[in-house]
Design a protein around this ligand. Structure first.
Ligand SMILES: Nc1nc2c(ncn2[C@@H]2O[C@H](COP(=O)(O)OP(=O)(O)OP(=O)(O)O)[C@@H](O)[C@H]2O)c(=O)[nH]1
Ligand SMILES: [Mg+2]
Length: 195
């Protein structure tokens, strides 16, 4: 978090993290589309739309006195570019961990989670985090509860953690996940996220 006293701007960094293809880029674009800023998200993609390094966008909200500026990133899920993830995470104030809820991807979610845990070490449990249980529309009808991922994450060790079922392609739960994270970062803030 950076305080700029001259311009009265408080700058906050939020990163969308998670395994490849879980819906990080879709979530960010969907979030920005609420504010009619979808086209301001900068993505460095391959020709097939996979994120090479990160996506990046800025959301600004004017307060009476101070303004809030959110720098929003997604880390690439592709392992080939894994070496770029620590730089993307540097200085992060809060995380949205995007899970692919389909049972066949449980291992991918766990691997990505464990990587995050290793990168942060003992600081991990102090970082505000929202778990977005994404692709909820694709769950097996006979097994509609999550793929078991939540039992791996020791949620009671965290200071601030919450879970949200999301369908990023339809924008469902995306704004709630974001505002939930903002509330963790600024507990006193009254949020009116309509610009
Ligand atoms: N059915 C369904 N598909 C989704 C959902 N969210 C994302 N997708 C699809 O999943 C695919 C991957 O989404 P991306 O947003 O590119 O995933 P990513 O996490 O950014 O992937 P990388 O950048 O490669 O790590 C795309 O085809 C999306 O349309 C969802 O909630 N439901
Ligand atoms: Mg992506």
């Amino acid at each position: 978090m950076i305080f700029n006293y001259d311009d009265k701007i408080l700058q906050v960094k939020i990163v969308y993290y998670g395994p490849a293809m879980s819906g990080k880029t879709t979530s960010i674009k969907s979030l920005f589309s609420y504010f009619n800023k979808e086209h301001s998200v900068k993505s460095i993609d391959s020709t097939v739309g996979r994120t090479l390094f990160f996506d990046f966008g800025v959301l600004k909200f004017k307060g009476v006195d101070w303004s809030l500026k959110f720098l929003i990133y997604s880390a690439t899920g592709q392992d080939f570019y894994a070496s770029t993830r620590p730089a993307t995470l540097n200085g992060v104030d809060g995380l949205i961990f995007v899970v692919d809820s389909q049972s066949k991807y449980l291992d991918h979610n766990i691997r990505s989670w464990n990587e995050l845990k290793t990168l942060f070490g003992s600081e991990f449990y102090n970082i505000p985090i929202v778990i977005s249980l994404n692709k909820y529309d694709l769950l097996d009808l006979y097994n509609p509860e999550s793929n078991g991922f939540l039992s791996f994450i020791e949620s009671d060790r965290f200071r601030h953690i919450s879970f949200k079922k999301t369908i990023a392609t339809k924008g469902k739960g995306v704004l709630d996940s974001f505002s939930g994270l903002v509330k963790f970062i600024f507990p006193q803030l009254k949020i009116h996220l309509n610009n």
